[in-house]
Design a protein around this ligand. Structure first.
Ligand code: EAX
Length: 328
């Protein structure tokens, strides 16, 4: 029958046999990617670009499945999931990362970066690569730096214009000791909490306020449960795409290269969306009813958070801080 032409051979096949012909020879591996934000967020834009690039480079050998809105847990829980291999990849802020990789705390210092260009430039430099490598020493794989954005304060009590306006407010922070020290220094009561619990906590008044980038306030609908927004930009919030070491150990070098290239494409798409929403998003939040304080004198805030620097350097030294400052 091998002498028959292909159409004739196909014609003699039963339907199930025909179906088998169209299956790829390689087994398809599903890559589960989790994050805490919604499917219209900058993280989701990142997963879309990651998925497109990885599926293209691997010609379908890997298929990406996205799990949004903390459906696989908060950021700290997902990082633990990577370590034990129940999740393949995660896009997370550095909020809980210092609990696993202490070197990353330097990036969480308030007013460390002047603007987006400065932060992106440092993360794309040798320093950023070395920090990604450090991540790799803690049962995690640092695929690429991505972005969450400059964090701004929201609350339900008053317009915040000076650090004194923070006094006495219960502010949800990430599970990050550097951030908590900064809010304590401003006289607020920092309340660490995983992101998936935040909306309800704001709604029920368990906390008065929170702080997050414009993109998060907008796409996680925090504006529905918060009245006041102040563009404090008090800290740059990096994000990172992490992989599971269990996934990684099963990949060959070519496949690892695909993952890194795809993660970089994801970060690029995420940064683009953060940049766009940083300006457009503020107007939108205002039109949704938030009272917005745009012009903030940052000098007194910068001054107020200085104790966080001392707490950080006392515990972790100043090597990384000096390197970031020296790279300017
Ligand atoms: O990474 O926990 C937070 O406030 C983060 O900004 C959010 O989960 C996105």
């Amino acid at each position: 029958s091998s002498a028959l032409r292909l159409p004739q051979r196909l014609a003699g096949m039963t339907l199930p046999a025909l179906f088998c012909l169209s299956l790829p020879a390689l087994a398809v591996q599903t890559i589960n990617v989790g994050h805490t934000l919604s499917d219209n967020s900058h993280y989701s834009a990142g997963v879309d670009a990651f998925k497109a690039k990885l599926e293209e480079l691997s010609t379908g050998e890997f298929v990406v499945e996205e799990h949004t809105s903390g459906s696989l847990g908060g950021e700290r829980a997902m990082i633990e999931g990577l370590q034990i291999g129940t999740i393949d990849a995660v896009i997370t802020s550095t909020g809980p990362l210092g609990n696993f990789v202490p070197q990353s705390y330097v990036l969480d210092l308030p007013f460390l970066f002047d603007d987006y260009d400065h932060a992106r430039c440092v993360l794309d430099s040798e320093i950023g690569q070395e920090l990604l490598d450090k991540v790799g020493e803690h049962d995690l794989v640092g695929l690429a730096w991505s972005e969450n954005g400059f964090r701004h304060m929201t609350n339900n009590v008053r317009d915040i214009k000076t650090p004194q306006d923070d006094a006495g407010l219960k502010i949800r922070t990430m599970e990050n000791e550097v951030h908590m020290a900064a809010f304590k220094a401003m006289g607020a009561h920092p309340t660490p909490m995983a992101f998936p619990e935040l909306f309800t906590a704001l709604q029920q008044g368990t906390v008065d306020g929170q702080e997050n980038p414009i993109s998060v306030i907008l796409t996680s609908n925090l504006w529905e449960v918060q009245d006041h927004l102040s563009l404090t930009g008090h800290v740059y919030s990096p994000a990172i795409m992490l992989g599971s070491p269990i996934l990684w150990d099963g990949l060959n070098d070519e496949q690892k290269g695909w993952f890194i290239e795809a993660a970089r494409a994801g970060a690029e798409a995420t940064r683009e969306m953060v940049s766009r929403l940083e300006t457009e998003g503020v107007d939108e939040l205002e039109s949704k009813g938030m009272s917005v304080v745009r012009d903030i004198d940052k000098a007194p805030f910068r001054e107020a958070v200085q104790p966080a620097y001392k707490i950080y350097t006392d515990e972790y030294g100043s090597e990384w801080l000096d390197r970031i400052r020296g790279s300017e």
